[in-house]
Design a binder for this molecule. Structure first.
Ligand code: PNS
Length: 191
């Protein structure tokens, strides 16, 4: 019988840490489905379609990895695609409490479904999508944190956001850190 797992997450955006985990997961499962959660309550930077495309491009080298989107409960999604395990990454002790709670709740909801935790490479243990978004938004370098394609998409996305904000400012004098940050970034971009 084939061992099939899902790797669910927000992936907003996908990082090198996610890719590391996908690679590890692809070695221990026959099939791995990366499931991008479509969660209307969150206010994501990237659309689900964009996140899916980025993940598809990142995983072309793995024959047994596919990318999909889902909504609703993770356990229901796992059943729908015929997976017997949920893959999750644990970077540090701080992840453990939340992950344990989720794994035990998923077990309560669906006792036959196992959660498998894997650790990414140490160099990714401090990496998160939230930090990548924040660093990119504040003009820091994210090149070694995400695959080149994701870095490019982040730059495009933030360029559009900055242009929109600048257009809305309408040339009026504004104050505050955010505006200062934008000006700094525009200068950097030209140089
Ligand atoms: O990448 P994330 O945001 O840490 O992933 C969290 C995710 C998607 C795995 C979790 O929020 C989830 O499973 N959501 C689907 C809804 C669900 O099943 N909730 C009950 C979890 S016990």
């Amino acid at each position: 019988m084939k061992r099939k797992a899902i790797y669910p997450g927000s992936f907003d955006p996908p990082t090198n840490g996610h890719l590391d985990l996908i690679e590890r997961g692809s070695k221990i499962f026959d099939e791995l489905v990366v499931g991008v959660l479509s969660n209307p309550e969150k206010d994501p930077l990237f659309s689900v379609a964009d996140r899916r495309k980025m993940l598809e491009a990142m995983t072309t080298d793995f024959d047994n990895v596919t990318v999909d989107t889902f909504d609703g409960l993770t356990v229901d999604y796992a059943l729908r695609v015929g997976a017997s395990a949920v893959l999750r990454g644990i970077r540090a002790i701080s992840d453990y409490e939340y992950e344990l709670q989720m794994a035990l709740m998923n077990r309560k909801l669906q006792p036959g479904l196992e959660t498998v935790f894997m650790m990414p490479a140490e160099k990714y243990s401090y990496l998160s999508s939230r930090l990548v978004r924040e660093i990119a938004q504040l003009g820091g370098s994210i090149d070694c944190l995400v695959p080149p394609l994701v870095a490019q998409k982040l730059r495009e996305k933030l360029d559009v956001a900055h242009k929109f904000a600048d257009a809305n400012a309408g040339g009026h004098e504004t104050s505050g850190k955010e505006t200062a940050g934008r000006k700094t970034k525009s200068r950097r971009k030209k140089s």
